[in-house]
Design a protein. Structure first.
Length: 543
């Protein structure tokens, strides 16, 4: 029987970080060993480090039935564990293998069971402390109002439970750039709170794995990977370790952590509405492992966050919603006569700005533009409206960066954010926000996050503060502001429709009056004409 290793040696010669096949490294971290077992219990994969845990070598194991090596009772225990879903989802299996205690986690990869074994730890005596800490955390959680307060509490609670030197809540934006949203760390460490990291620090395939496997542990950054061996019976044979606990880590990521001076990490995925919202990232500055009980408690901290995101964001937006709804109600309650002068009164009402927290507003009615607050001049407003039609942006547009939609416009910094609503027949209403110059603190230059040289890809080795000034954009329009603008635009559209109908009715009324008068004149003319003709006819008989 021929045996080979499946180590993926191409990982270090990559030219594109996003092409790195991190799910098939062909090796594991050495604090446990791995077996790949077929559905008929034949051992098809085994790691080279098994002699560190058992009096065996991989050559003796590969190709044999599991019970032939470990006995029937462990195989029955594994079978029962595999078919007891509730237990499998909570704790690893505690089992004796050749007289030694292990904790076993099992998952399927294709048509294989992947068995990962770690020596049993003395974690059970910590359960009471973990339980007490969790109860206290839940009590404290109920006293927080905002999402940021909750995340700060989770960072503190996770550090207390796990003992890591630094715990960060890492939040992604829409482009997967990250921000340290909350942090708790040793007093002697430099804080990272508020720092931003480019999306290249966590590439696409890494984010996909965080979605599949919600906990990632690196016990010792300086570890030597242990190769996985298999029976050489198929070309390009490998093993998908996406769900593995022991999976070896990307060399690029290891170098990245070494450049930061980190010795061990724990990462917990925060998934919200099917998207990777963020991470709980734990750093230790020396090697560190934690028991399954502590891992579970840390994972629970992440679930506290994801279960509360909608509620806390609602709390954060409640006051804004209350104010915008109040302004909206005031505006809708205004009853003005159906005439063009009414739009001048509407535009001048301060509640019109309050309903979406704008700094300026304009209403365009035909060839007349009514304005209030900070707005462009009439020429620029007309150009914005023209561009909306020319570029076919639709009936509604909101943006905090007008230059993204108006590439041919210059000098519009004073109105970097707009909410545009068409009111039909060439009419429109636009709310404006001014430019807000922002300063973002990056942990290193985001344009130099990945370096390519003759030996392949490398992460940056500098995390020095790098400041970026963001210009030509306003603060973001919040959903309550957009909702209020939409509701009022609909109300205003109805009022304009009523005005146009009233004008049409008046026009037809005037036209009807003109026609009536004209008909009356025609009747008079006809009567006079007829009367003159009769008189002339009669007079002809007198002579």
């Amino acid at each position: 029987m021929k045996i080979k290793d499946i180590v993926n040696r191409s990982l270090v010669t990559l030219t594109n970080c996003e092409h790195e096949p991190i799910h098939i490294p062909g090796s594991i971290q050495p604090h446990g060993f791995l077996l790949g077992i077929t559905l008929d219990w034949k051992i098809d994969f085994c790691t080279a480090n098994i002699p560190l845990f058992l009096d065996l070598i991989h050559d003796q194991v590969l190709g044999r039935k599991f019970y032939e090596i470990f006995g029937m009772q462990p195989q029955r225990d594994l079978y029962d564990y595999l078919h007891n879903t509730k237990v499998k989802l909570v704790f690893p299996l505690e089992i004796q293998l050749l007289g030694k205690p292990f904790q076993i986690t099992i998952h399927t990869s294709g048509l294989l069971y992947i068995l990962e074994a770690e020596p049993q730890t003395k974690g059970k005596e910590q359960l009471a402390d973990v339980y007490a800490q969790t109860i206290q955390f839940v009590s404290n959680m109920n006293n927080t109002q905002s999402l940021k307060e909750l995340c700060a509490l989770v960072a503190e609670g996770t550090r207390e439970i796990t003992g890591y030197d630094r715990v960060m809540i890492y939040r992604f934006d829409e482009n997967y750039n990250g921000e340290i949203y909350a942090e708790n760390c040793r007093e002697d460490l430099e804080p990272f709170l508020g720092l931003h990291y480019p999306h290249t620090d966590i590439p696409v395939q890494a984010r996909e794995l965080y979605m599949k496997n919600q906990m990632r542990l690196i016990v010792d950054i300086g570890y030597e990977p242990s190769a996985i061996f298999t029976i050489d019976d198929k070309e390009n044979k490998n093993l998908d370790l996406s769900l593995s606990i022991l999976r070896s880590t990307s060399p690029i990521h290891i170098e990245y952590l070494q450049n930061m001076g980190v010795g061990a990490t724990l990462t917990i995925s925060l998934i919200h509405h099917g998207r990777l919202w963020g991470l709980i990232a734990c750093h230790h500055y020396s090697p560190k492992n934690i028991s399954p009980e502590i891992r579970l408690a840390a994972k629970l901290q992440g679930q506290f966050i994801t279960s509360q995101i909608d509620l806390r964001q609602s709390n954060d937006e409640y006051e804004i919603t209350r104010k915008t709804n109040k302004a909206l109600a005031c505006m809708i309650a205004v009853h003005l006569p159906l005439e063009h002068k009414s739009f001048e009164i509407i535009c001048a009402d301060p509640e019109l700005l309050k309903l979406c927290n704008a700094k300026g507003v304009s209403i365009c009615m035909g060839d007349k533009i009514y304005k209030n607050g900070l707005t462009p001049d009439d020429k620029k407003i007309s150009q914005i409206i023209y561009n909306m039609h020319f570029y076919k942006y639709g009936q509604i547009l909101s943006t905090n960066k007008l230059s993204n939609y108006m590439p041919d416009l210059d000098g519009y910094e004073e109105v970097s954010g707009i909410i545009y609503h068409s009111l039909g027949s060439g009419n429109s209403i636009i709310w404006y926000k001014p430019e807000t110059v922002a300063e973002i603190n990056w942990a290193g230059d985001p344009d130099k996050a990945i370096i390519l040289d003759s030996k392949g890809l490398h992460p940056r080795n500098s995390f020095n503060l790098w400041k970026q000034i963001i210009q030509h954009q306003s603060s973001v329009w919040l959903q309550p502001e957009l909702n209020a603008a939409t509701n009022y635009a609909h109300s205003l559209h109805n009022q304009i429709t009523m005005l146009l109908l009233s004008e049409e009715e008046e026009k037809y009324r005037n036209l009807s009056e003109v026609l009536r008068e004209t008909n009356s004149e025609l009747e008079n003319i006809n009567w006079i004409s007829t009367h003159d003709s009769v008189d002339n006819f009669k007079s002809s008989f007198r002579y």
